[in-house]
Design a protein around this ligand. Structure first.
Ligand code: GDP
Length: 299
């Protein structure tokens, strides 16, 4: 690998950045509903005038001005696949458990993935509007899997919510922001942009499009970059509201236009100094990929 990771940052250059949150949980426990409901709490939408876009992640701004980034590809595949590729983009996992159903195989799987990743967890006990919801039973089941909520003397926050009735979403956001504060998440925004591809596609009208979650630095229109075995010059950046922006800093998800081809989720994105360098790195990576494919091919 050609070193692209760049130098470490001085502490004095680090600035607070929003947390990146992944929602996990058993099928039908309300991941999609919760993601939609949380998105609806954004105080900026409406005034921005953009149209909600599904680009693989979105940001919510709460009344205090704090921002939370949510990956909106629910489910475990994206999380495990990205981790498998070395991309640990998530700071906090919200485990959704339906209060009327309790822990199920995929909930337990989510707990083990989260523990393996060393990422803190918050439990959203969903469907609390249902008469059959038994939050205390959920807490006891969690305990059996060594997830100890605060009520039971542990340090895992749990919040009873209803994605359907939109209750306690503010409490869940508060819990996330509190957890984020404990993590002291920081990044240097004043360096060439770096990030991870969380989604990529070949768009009929716009060509290859990658949603990049910026990890550090700032990505700007006109920047030359390498991403996986592709490269390009940023033609446009489009945020989760469908608004064209000139730049994107740490923890911001943006669609990047102007790629030579379609990269893969989990690929590292990095701004480089010039086109020659970008071509060189991309060509080198393409050859490594080619070699891997040839050696992996069945005889
Ligand atoms: P996912 O598979 O985890 O993404 O779950 P969905 O968000 O698709 O929700 C599964 C079903 O549960 C849908 O029929 C939702 O309307 C319903 N649901 C989700 N959240 C709630 C809730 O808070 N209360 C109730 N009563 N139903 C909910």
């Amino acid at each position: 690998e050609i070193g692209l990771e760049g130098e470490a940052d001085n502490d004095t250059d680090l600035m607070p950045r929003p947390p990146v949150v992944t929602i996990m949980g058993h099928v039908d426990h309300g991941k999609t509903s919760l993601l939609d409901a949380l998105r609806g709490t954004d105080v900026v939408s409406g005034e921005a005038g953009g149209i909600t876009q599904h680009i693989g992640a979105y940001q919510v701004k709460v009344a205090t001005g704090d921002i939370v980034t949510f990956l909106d590809t629910p489910g475990h595949e994206a999380f495990t696949e990205m981790r498998g590729r070395g991309a640990n983009v998530t700071d906090i996992v919200v485990l959704v458990v339906a209060g009327d159903d309790g822990l199920k195989p995929q909930s337990i799987e989510a707990i083990s993935h989260t523990k393996a990743a060393g990422v803190p967890m918050i439990v959203a006990i969903n469907k609390s509007d249902k008469p059959g919801s038994k939050p205390q039973k959920v807490r006891e089941e969690l305990l059996q899997h060594e997830v100890v909520v605060e009520d039971m003397g542990g340090d895992v926050q749990d919040v009873e919510v209803s994605a359907l009735k939109k209750t306690n979403l503010d409490k869940l956001l508060d819990a996330i922001l509190l957890q984020a504060e404990l993590l002291e998440l920081k990044a240097n925004p004043n360096r060439p942009g770096e990030g991870t591809v969380i989604e990529a596609k070949l768009d009929k009208g716009r060509g290859p499009v990658a949603t990049v979650l910026v990890s550090r630095g700032t990505v700007r229109v006109g920047d030359i970059f390498v991403v996986g075995a592709e490269w390009g010059k940023v033609r446009a950046l489009v945020d989760d509201r469908g608004v064209q922006v000139k730049e994107a800093g740490p923890s911001k998800p943006v669609e990047v236009l102007g790629l030579s081809g379609t990269p893969m989720a989990g690929d590292v994105f990095a701004v480089v100094e010039n086109e020659a360098r970008a071509r060189e790195i991309a060509a080198y990576r393409a050859s490594v990929l080619q070699r891997k494919r040839t050696t992996q091919a069945p005889a």
